[in-house]
Write a protein that binds this ligand. Structure first.
Ligand SMILES: [Zn+2]
Length: 347
Protein backbone atom coordinates (compact mmCIF):
# COMPACT_ATOMS: atom_id res chain seq x y z
CA UNK A 1 0.00 0.00 0.00
CA UNK A 2 0.99 3.64 -0.33
CA UNK A 3 2.20 5.29 2.88
CA UNK A 4 4.40 8.02 4.27
CA UNK A 5 6.95 6.47 6.62
CA UNK A 6 10.13 7.39 8.45
CA UNK A 7 12.95 4.91 8.97
CA UNK A 8 14.81 7.10 11.48
CA UNK A 9 13.81 10.01 13.75
CA UNK A 10 14.76 13.54 12.73
CA UNK A 11 13.86 16.47 10.48
CA UNK A 12 11.08 16.54 7.82
CA UNK A 13 13.52 15.08 5.23
CA UNK A 14 13.16 11.76 7.05
CA UNK A 15 9.61 11.44 5.69
CA UNK A 16 9.49 9.07 2.77
CA UNK A 17 6.59 8.34 0.40
CA UNK A 18 6.50 4.65 -0.50
CA UNK A 19 4.13 2.58 -2.63
CA UNK A 20 4.95 -0.93 -1.43
CA UNK A 21 4.39 -0.90 2.33
CA UNK A 22 2.85 -4.20 3.57
CA UNK A 23 -0.90 -4.14 4.23
CA UNK A 24 -1.68 -4.44 7.98
CA UNK A 25 -3.06 -7.78 9.19
CA UNK A 26 -6.10 -7.63 11.51
CA UNK A 27 -7.37 -9.91 14.28
CA UNK A 28 -11.00 -10.82 15.05
CA UNK A 29 -11.61 -7.61 17.06
CA UNK A 30 -10.10 -5.21 14.54
CA UNK A 31 -11.07 -3.56 11.29
CA UNK A 32 -9.09 -2.28 8.36
CA UNK A 33 -10.07 1.25 7.34
CA UNK A 34 -9.40 2.60 3.87
CA UNK A 35 -8.14 6.06 4.78
CA UNK A 36 -9.65 8.98 2.89
CA UNK A 37 -8.18 11.84 4.94
CA UNK A 38 -5.82 12.32 7.87
CA UNK A 39 -5.36 15.65 9.64
CA UNK A 40 -1.94 16.64 10.93
CA UNK A 41 -1.25 17.37 14.58
CA UNK A 42 1.84 18.60 16.38
CA UNK A 43 2.07 15.08 17.74
CA UNK A 44 3.11 13.89 14.26
CA UNK A 45 6.06 16.26 14.40
CA UNK A 46 7.06 15.23 17.93
CA UNK A 47 6.85 11.53 17.00
CA UNK A 48 8.94 12.08 13.87
CA UNK A 49 11.55 14.00 15.87
CA UNK A 50 11.53 11.32 18.58
CA UNK A 51 10.10 11.53 22.09
CA UNK A 52 12.05 10.57 25.20
CA UNK A 53 10.61 7.35 26.57
CA UNK A 54 8.87 6.40 23.33
CA UNK A 55 10.76 3.58 21.61
CA UNK A 56 9.08 2.84 18.29
CA UNK A 57 9.78 -0.02 15.96
CA UNK A 58 10.87 1.61 12.70
CA UNK A 59 9.78 2.31 10.04
CA UNK A 60 6.80 4.12 11.55
CA UNK A 61 3.63 5.62 10.05
CA UNK A 62 2.17 8.59 11.96
CA UNK A 63 -1.23 10.30 11.61
CA UNK A 64 -3.79 10.30 14.45
CA UNK A 65 -6.88 12.04 13.01
CA UNK A 66 -8.42 9.68 10.49
CA UNK A 67 -11.57 9.45 8.37
CA UNK A 68 -12.28 6.77 5.80
CA UNK A 69 -14.36 3.75 4.88
CA UNK A 70 -14.52 0.24 6.28
CA UNK A 71 -12.44 -2.02 4.05
CA UNK A 72 -12.33 -5.28 6.00
CA UNK A 73 -13.70 -6.42 9.38
CA UNK A 74 -12.62 -9.08 11.87
CA UNK A 75 -15.09 -11.80 12.92
CA UNK A 76 -16.14 -10.00 16.13
CA UNK A 77 -16.68 -6.61 14.50
CA UNK A 78 -20.45 -6.29 14.31
CA UNK A 79 -22.54 -3.36 13.02
CA UNK A 80 -20.04 -2.30 10.37
CA UNK A 81 -19.79 -3.37 6.75
CA UNK A 82 -17.48 -2.64 3.86
CA UNK A 83 -17.93 0.91 2.57
CA UNK A 84 -19.37 2.42 5.77
CA UNK A 85 -18.01 5.93 6.27
CA UNK A 86 -16.22 6.29 9.62
CA UNK A 87 -13.98 8.41 11.75
CA UNK A 88 -11.42 6.77 14.02
CA UNK A 89 -11.25 7.64 17.71
CA UNK A 90 -7.56 8.48 18.19
CA UNK A 91 -7.30 6.99 21.71
CA UNK A 92 -6.54 3.28 22.11
CA UNK A 93 -7.07 1.50 25.42
CA UNK A 94 -7.93 -2.04 26.55
CA UNK A 95 -11.66 -1.13 26.71
CA UNK A 96 -11.95 -3.73 29.48
CA UNK A 97 -10.26 -2.58 32.72
CA UNK A 98 -12.01 -0.75 35.58
CA UNK A 99 -11.00 2.66 34.17
CA UNK A 100 -12.22 1.81 30.67
CA UNK A 101 -15.47 0.35 31.98
CA UNK A 102 -16.12 3.45 34.08
CA UNK A 103 -15.63 5.69 31.02
CA UNK A 104 -12.15 6.95 31.91
CA UNK A 105 -10.37 5.10 29.13
CA UNK A 106 -7.82 7.90 28.67
CA UNK A 107 -6.14 6.88 31.94
CA UNK A 108 -6.16 3.13 31.15
CA UNK A 109 -2.74 1.58 31.85
CA UNK A 110 -2.46 0.61 28.17
CA UNK A 111 -3.64 3.97 26.77
CA UNK A 112 -1.98 5.00 23.54
CA UNK A 113 -2.68 7.13 20.48
CA UNK A 114 -3.00 5.85 16.94
CA UNK A 115 -0.13 7.21 14.88
CA UNK A 116 2.00 7.65 17.99
CA UNK A 117 2.22 4.21 19.62
CA UNK A 118 1.05 2.19 16.60
CA UNK A 119 0.85 2.87 12.87
CA UNK A 120 -1.53 5.70 11.96
CA UNK A 121 -3.39 7.18 9.05
CA UNK A 122 -0.72 8.49 6.68
CA UNK A 123 -1.34 5.43 4.53
CA UNK A 124 -3.96 3.86 2.30
CA UNK A 125 -5.03 1.42 5.02
CA UNK A 126 -4.97 1.55 8.81
CA UNK A 127 -5.75 -1.12 11.39
CA UNK A 128 -8.07 -0.06 14.26
CA UNK A 129 -9.84 -1.68 17.21
CA UNK A 130 -13.60 -2.05 16.77
CA UNK A 131 -14.24 0.31 19.71
CA UNK A 132 -12.42 3.09 17.83
CA UNK A 133 -14.98 3.16 15.01
CA UNK A 134 -17.54 5.97 14.96
CA UNK A 135 -19.89 6.88 12.11
CA UNK A 136 -18.68 9.86 10.09
CA UNK A 137 -21.03 12.84 10.53
CA UNK A 138 -22.97 12.94 7.26
CA UNK A 139 -22.79 16.71 6.97
CA UNK A 140 -18.99 16.65 6.73
CA UNK A 141 -16.61 15.83 3.89
CA UNK A 142 -13.87 13.28 4.68
CA UNK A 143 -11.38 16.15 4.99
CA UNK A 144 -13.58 17.97 7.51
CA UNK A 145 -14.31 14.73 9.37
CA UNK A 146 -10.58 14.11 9.87
CA UNK A 147 -10.11 17.69 11.05
CA UNK A 148 -11.83 17.54 14.43
CA UNK A 149 -11.45 14.40 16.61
CA UNK A 150 -8.09 14.90 18.35
CA UNK A 151 -8.17 18.67 18.79
CA UNK A 152 -11.82 18.98 19.83
CA UNK A 153 -11.47 16.02 22.18
CA UNK A 154 -8.36 17.44 23.81
CA UNK A 155 -9.84 20.95 24.13
CA UNK A 156 -13.14 19.57 25.48
CA UNK A 157 -11.40 17.52 28.17
CA UNK A 158 -9.28 20.52 29.17
CA UNK A 159 -12.10 23.06 29.33
CA UNK A 160 -15.00 20.96 30.59
CA UNK A 161 -13.49 18.14 32.65
CA UNK A 162 -10.57 20.04 34.16
CA UNK A 163 -11.53 23.74 34.11
CA UNK A 164 -15.33 23.38 34.50
CA UNK A 165 -15.96 26.04 31.91
CA UNK A 166 -19.35 27.72 32.30
CA UNK A 167 -21.25 30.91 31.56
CA UNK A 168 -19.66 32.79 34.42
CA UNK A 169 -16.04 31.94 33.46
CA UNK A 170 -13.55 34.00 31.51
CA UNK A 171 -10.89 32.30 29.42
CA UNK A 172 -7.70 33.10 27.51
CA UNK A 173 -6.93 30.78 24.58
CA UNK A 174 -3.27 30.74 23.59
CA UNK A 175 -2.28 29.82 20.04
CA UNK A 176 -5.86 30.57 19.05
CA UNK A 177 -5.22 30.01 15.32
CA UNK A 178 -3.92 26.47 15.81
CA UNK A 179 -6.14 23.42 15.42
CA UNK A 180 -6.60 23.11 19.14
CA UNK A 181 -7.08 26.86 19.62
CA UNK A 182 -9.86 26.89 17.05
CA UNK A 183 -11.53 24.03 18.93
CA UNK A 184 -11.12 25.76 22.31
CA UNK A 185 -12.68 29.02 21.09
CA UNK A 186 -15.75 27.22 19.79
CA UNK A 187 -16.15 25.09 22.93
CA UNK A 188 -15.80 28.16 25.16
CA UNK A 189 -18.38 30.06 23.13
CA UNK A 190 -20.81 27.13 23.14
CA UNK A 191 -20.50 26.96 26.95
CA UNK A 192 -21.46 30.64 27.09
CA UNK A 193 -18.13 31.63 28.66
CA UNK A 194 -16.86 35.18 28.49
CA UNK A 195 -14.92 37.24 27.97
CA UNK A 196 -12.98 34.96 25.61
CA UNK A 197 -9.48 36.22 24.75
CA UNK A 198 -7.83 34.88 21.57
CA UNK A 199 -4.06 35.16 21.59
CA UNK A 200 -1.94 34.73 18.51
CA UNK A 201 1.00 36.03 16.53
CA UNK A 202 -0.73 37.26 13.33
CA UNK A 203 -3.42 39.93 13.08
CA UNK A 204 -5.30 38.39 10.14
CA UNK A 205 -5.59 35.07 11.99
CA UNK A 206 -6.92 36.84 15.08
CA UNK A 207 -9.77 38.35 13.09
CA UNK A 208 -10.74 34.80 12.06
CA UNK A 209 -10.57 33.81 15.74
CA UNK A 210 -13.01 36.59 16.56
CA UNK A 211 -15.41 35.18 13.97
CA UNK A 212 -15.32 31.87 15.87
CA UNK A 213 -16.30 33.37 19.20
CA UNK A 214 -13.43 35.35 20.70
CA UNK A 215 -14.56 38.62 22.29
CA UNK A 216 -11.03 40.07 22.50
CA UNK A 217 -8.00 39.51 20.28
CA UNK A 218 -4.47 40.02 21.57
CA UNK A 219 -1.43 40.03 19.33
CA UNK A 220 1.43 38.23 21.07
CA UNK A 221 4.94 39.28 20.14
CA UNK A 222 7.44 36.44 20.34
CA UNK A 223 10.21 38.52 21.85
CA UNK A 224 8.03 40.03 24.58
CA UNK A 225 4.91 38.06 25.33
CA UNK A 226 3.61 40.42 28.04
CA UNK A 227 0.04 39.76 27.00
CA UNK A 228 -1.07 39.54 30.64
CA UNK A 229 -1.06 43.36 30.80
CA UNK A 230 -3.78 43.55 28.16
CA UNK A 231 -5.81 40.82 29.85
CA UNK A 232 -5.58 42.60 33.23
CA UNK A 233 -6.54 45.90 31.61
CA UNK A 234 -9.62 44.34 30.00
CA UNK A 235 -10.73 42.64 33.22
CA UNK A 236 -10.35 45.54 35.69
CA UNK A 237 -7.12 44.08 36.98
CA UNK A 238 -8.76 40.77 37.91
CA UNK A 239 -7.45 38.40 35.25
CA UNK A 240 -9.21 35.36 33.77
CA UNK A 241 -10.53 32.17 35.37
CA UNK A 242 -8.95 29.85 32.80
CA UNK A 243 -5.81 29.98 30.68
CA UNK A 244 -5.80 27.42 27.87
CA UNK A 245 -2.08 26.59 27.40
CA UNK A 246 -0.15 24.48 24.94
CA UNK A 247 2.74 26.79 24.12
CA UNK A 248 5.00 26.38 27.16
CA UNK A 249 8.06 28.39 28.23
CA UNK A 250 7.56 31.23 25.71
CA UNK A 251 4.24 32.17 27.31
CA UNK A 252 4.03 30.51 30.73
CA UNK A 253 5.08 33.49 32.84
CA UNK A 254 2.49 35.72 31.18
CA UNK A 255 -0.09 32.93 31.37
CA UNK A 256 0.36 32.72 35.15
CA UNK A 257 0.10 36.50 35.53
CA UNK A 258 -3.10 36.49 33.44
CA UNK A 259 -4.95 34.40 36.02
CA UNK A 260 -7.52 35.59 38.48
CA UNK A 261 -6.94 34.51 42.10
CA UNK A 262 -7.94 30.83 42.30
CA UNK A 263 -7.66 30.52 38.52
CA UNK A 264 -6.44 27.53 36.55
CA UNK A 265 -3.98 26.95 33.72
CA UNK A 266 -4.79 23.80 31.77
CA UNK A 267 -2.02 22.58 29.50
CA UNK A 268 -1.75 19.84 26.92
CA UNK A 269 1.42 20.75 25.10
CA UNK A 270 4.82 22.39 25.03
CA UNK A 271 5.47 23.62 21.51
CA UNK A 272 8.24 26.01 22.65
CA UNK A 273 10.06 23.58 24.94
CA UNK A 274 9.60 21.17 27.81
CA UNK A 275 10.99 23.13 30.79
CA UNK A 276 9.50 26.35 32.06
CA UNK A 277 10.22 28.76 34.96
CA UNK A 278 7.59 28.96 37.69
CA UNK A 279 7.53 31.55 40.48
CA UNK A 280 6.11 29.43 43.28
CA UNK A 281 5.50 32.44 45.56
CA UNK A 282 3.18 34.03 43.05
CA UNK A 283 1.56 30.67 42.52
CA UNK A 284 0.67 29.79 46.12
CA UNK A 285 -0.20 33.26 47.36
CA UNK A 286 -2.88 33.50 44.69
CA UNK A 287 -4.07 29.88 45.02
CA UNK A 288 -3.45 29.15 41.36
CA UNK A 289 -3.68 25.70 39.80
CA UNK A 290 -1.69 24.11 36.98
CA UNK A 291 -3.48 21.15 35.45
CA UNK A 292 -2.06 18.75 32.87
CA UNK A 293 -4.40 17.12 30.37
CA UNK A 294 -4.01 14.28 27.90
CA UNK A 295 -6.54 13.66 25.13
CA UNK A 296 -10.04 12.81 26.43
CA UNK A 297 -12.43 9.90 26.79
CA UNK A 298 -14.35 7.98 24.15
CA UNK A 299 -17.64 9.18 25.66
CA UNK A 300 -16.49 12.79 25.35
CA UNK A 301 -15.69 12.19 21.68
CA UNK A 302 -19.17 10.75 21.12
CA UNK A 303 -20.66 13.90 22.69
CA UNK A 304 -18.53 16.06 20.38
CA UNK A 305 -19.65 14.09 17.31
CA UNK A 306 -23.26 14.89 18.22
CA UNK A 307 -22.44 18.60 18.51
CA UNK A 308 -20.63 18.53 15.16
CA UNK A 309 -23.65 16.82 13.57
CA UNK A 310 -25.86 19.52 15.08
CA UNK A 311 -23.48 22.13 13.58
CA UNK A 312 -22.77 23.59 17.02
CA UNK A 313 -19.07 22.82 16.58
CA UNK A 314 -17.37 23.15 13.23
CA UNK A 315 -14.06 21.72 11.97
CA UNK A 316 -11.89 24.36 10.32
CA UNK A 317 -9.71 23.13 7.44
CA UNK A 318 -6.79 25.37 6.50
CA UNK A 319 -5.46 23.41 3.53
CA UNK A 320 -5.43 19.98 1.93
CA UNK A 321 -2.31 18.19 0.63
CA UNK A 322 -1.98 14.87 -1.23
CA UNK A 323 -0.25 12.03 0.67
CA UNK A 324 2.98 12.37 -1.31
CA UNK A 325 3.26 16.01 -0.16
CA UNK A 326 3.12 15.18 3.55
CA UNK A 327 6.58 16.63 4.07
CA UNK A 328 5.51 20.01 2.64
CA UNK A 329 2.38 19.85 4.81
CA UNK A 330 4.44 19.28 7.97
CA UNK A 331 6.77 22.12 6.97
CA UNK A 332 3.75 24.40 6.64
CA UNK A 333 2.70 23.37 10.13
CA UNK A 334 6.17 24.21 11.45
CA UNK A 335 6.02 27.62 9.71
CA UNK A 336 2.88 28.42 11.77
CA UNK A 337 1.38 29.99 8.66
CA UNK A 338 -2.04 28.35 8.88
CA UNK A 339 -5.43 28.65 10.57
CA UNK A 340 -7.19 25.49 11.72
CA UNK A 341 -6.20 22.06 10.41
CA UNK A 342 -3.85 20.94 7.69
CA UNK A 343 -5.28 17.79 6.12
CA UNK A 344 -3.72 15.05 4.02
CA UNK A 345 -6.05 13.56 1.42
CA UNK A 346 -5.46 9.97 0.45
CA UNK A 347 -6.86 9.30 -3.03
ZN1 LIG B 1 -8.38 -0.16 30.09
Amino acid sequence: MRAVIFRAHGSPEKLEYVTDFPEPAINDDEALVRVRATALNHLDIWVRQGLPGLKLPLPHISGCDISGEIFKTGRNVKNWKQGDAVIVAPGISCFNCKFCKSGRDNICATYGIIGEHIHGGLAELVKVKKEQLLAKPENLSFEEAAAFPLTFLTAWHMLHTHAQIAKSKSVAVLGAASGIGVAALQIAKLAGAGPIFALGSAAEKLSKAEALGATHAILVKNDNPAFYREILKATDGQGVDIVFEHVGPATMESSIKSLKKGGIIVTCGATTGAKTPLDLRYFFTRELRLQGSIMGTLNELKEIVKLVEAKKLKPVVDSVFPLEKTREAQEKMLSRDFFGKIVIKIL
